[in-house]
Design a protein around this ligand. Structure first.
Ligand code: 13P
Length: 246
């Protein structure tokens, strides 16, 4: 049975008191036993939320380096020292605005695994890629490092998030059938690389304008195991409604 996960990526939103209000709201709710609810606040709040018991806490990023002269960065060891269990890597906003490459993202994954932190590995095509029918190739190449270089034991610890760039923050959601088609394609790549046990085990989340009104339909698809939510995770009621959409 695959793990169902709903993760809220708060991105660079909320000042400290706003973040605390949302965090306290989410901590006080009860969620279905079979769904892992995760929030990814800005890094400066991670430590103060690290004792959460009802929601799990994720970083939005991590350094690919272990320590040293990397001003402004924070390491996987630091995340592990505050008991964090998850970190998002390879988000399209980091690929675009920070020019992150597949190799760099792979190095981040390795670093997280070394410290026992689950990477939430993002992939997804641009509108141009989809319009030119190149979306499967793009996603395959984004996944190629982790598919070819990780051991099956390492890969089994990863969560994948498919986030078509054209759906992020735009209000445009992938049709459930289109999303399912890509999720099933990703699972087939995992099957080719690691076999059926791991491909059936791995959770693949959908992200991109997922909200209470479309989450149920998306989550009902065979290969969609939950969501990575941006805008709708900044409101406790809508995030809760998404968590209850399975
Ligand atoms: P939106 O839900 O705001 O489209 O953002 C999705 C996302 O980028 C989550 O990481």
């Amino acid at each position: 049975m695959r793990k169902k996960i709903v993760a809220g990526n708060w991105k660079m939103n909320l000042n400290k008191s706003e973040a605390e209000i949302l965090y306290n709201d989410l901590e006080s709710k009860s969620y279905p036993d079979d769904v892992e609810a995760i929030i990814a606040p800005a890094s400066i709040y991670l430590d103060s939320f690290s004792n959460a018991s009802n929601v799990s806490i994720s970083s939005q990023d991590v350094s690919a380096n272990s320590n040293g002269a990397f001003t402004g960065e924070f390491s996987a060891e630091m995340l592990s020292s505050i008991n964090l269990r998850f970190a998002i890597v390879g988000h399209s906003e980091r690929r675009t605005f920070h020019k992150e490459t597949d190799l760099l993202i792979f190095q981040k994954v390795e670093m997280l695994l070394k410290y026992g932190i689950t990477p939430i590995f993002c992939c997804g095509e641009s509108l141009l890629d989809r319009e030119s029918k190149n979306h499967f190739n793009v996603v395959k190449s984004q996944l190629s490092q982790i598919l070819s270089k990780l051991s099956s034991e390492e890969f089994s610890k990863i969560v994948i998030a498919y986030e078509p760039v054209w759906a992020i923050g735009t209000g445009l959601t992938a049709d459930p059938e289109d999303a399912q088609e890509m999720h099933s394609f990703i699972r087939s790549l995992v099957f080719e690389a690691f076999g059926s046990e791991i491909s059936e085990l791995i959770s693949i989340l959908y992200g991109g304008s997922c909200k209470p009104s479309n989450a149920k339909e998306l989550f009902s698809m065979d290969d969609i195991d939950g969501g990575l939510i941006g805008g709708a995770s900044l409101d406790s009621e809508s995030f809760e409604a998404i968590i209850n959409s399975f």
